[in-house]
Ligand binder design. Sequence first.
Ligand SMILES: Nc1nc2c(ncn2[C@@H]2O[C@H](COP(=O)(O)OP(=O)(O)OP(=O)(O)O)[C@@H](O)[C@H]2O)c(=O)[nH]1
Ligand SMILES: [Zn+2]
Length: 291
Amino acid sequence: MFENGIIFDISKDLYYVKTENGNYMSKARGVFRKQKFSPMVGDNVKIEIFDDNTAYIVEVFERKNEILRPPVVNVDQAIVVFSLKNPEISYKIIDRYIMYYEIMNVPIILCLNKCDLIGEELEREFKSIYEKLGYKIIFNSVNLDNKKLFEELCGDKISVITGPSGVGKSTILNYLNPNYNIWVGEISNKTKRGKHTTRSATLYEIFENSFIIDTAGFTSLDITKFIENESQIRDAFIEFKYNLECKFSDCKHINEPSCYVKNELENGNISKSRYDSYLFYLNEYLKNRRY
Ligand SMILES: Nc1nc2c(ncn2[C@@H]2O[C@H](COP(=O)(O)OP(=O)(O)OP(=O)(O)O)[C@@H](O)[C@H]2O)c(=O)[nH]1
Ligand SMILES: [Zn+2]
């Protein structure tokens, strides 16, 4: 019997696959190993289930994308959670997350959490920088009921939820689904889940058919490893996309004459904090890259 499903967890060489009819613990056919191909969390797969209840992945369908941190494929969006108080997350760090997911080609939703702790002025400053970039922004706190909004944004999608430690990611997930950190379901072909030590990323079904991956934050060094060239950094700042209007088509927007970005910076249309982040991460990359 064949069924299609999605890998929601991996432990050693066991793949946990959710299909319409249940969850199956599967092995991968040897052919994948020979091709040095590893099925990943988020993969859409075909499994073959035998009478003795063993299951094997026989086919992995084409991937939409693949991100490295956390190691997941077919991600629809990243929800970047941060706070401006308790902890006070700097714009530079927010920009690091944005940059990373832009480079990974994953749509971004910003979630300013703990809104109850910040005054109007700080909120206004934040809005003046980030609203004009065009990212969806969720203003959230424990006092606000944003369940519907999250449901709408996450419906039928695989979302990564990420952000620095302590900003309230677990609180959000628990609020959205009080069972979120409990095992997602029974395994149809085994009674015990078995030892589960090498967990790297797990899809949780936060709402029906809406998966979320909770992931810890990352450091800037992690990012430098994934960047292949400096223009990727420039292009990750989406308001710099007017490259064509710079005199030089490969303008880095630093010292070049007739630079649209520097012009916009002077006019106040591009935020100084964003431009500073760009210079900061560009320098960091140039310092750390391996030749
Ligand atoms: N004032 C306020 N505090 C909050 C809010 N949301 C969460 N907290 C508190 O912030 C602290 C950290 O929340 P967590 O949900 O554990 O944060 P996290 O992002 O999951 O942290 P890590 O597990 O370290 O990644 C807890 O003490 C929460 O009670 C909020 O909206 N307002
Ligand atoms: Zn320029």
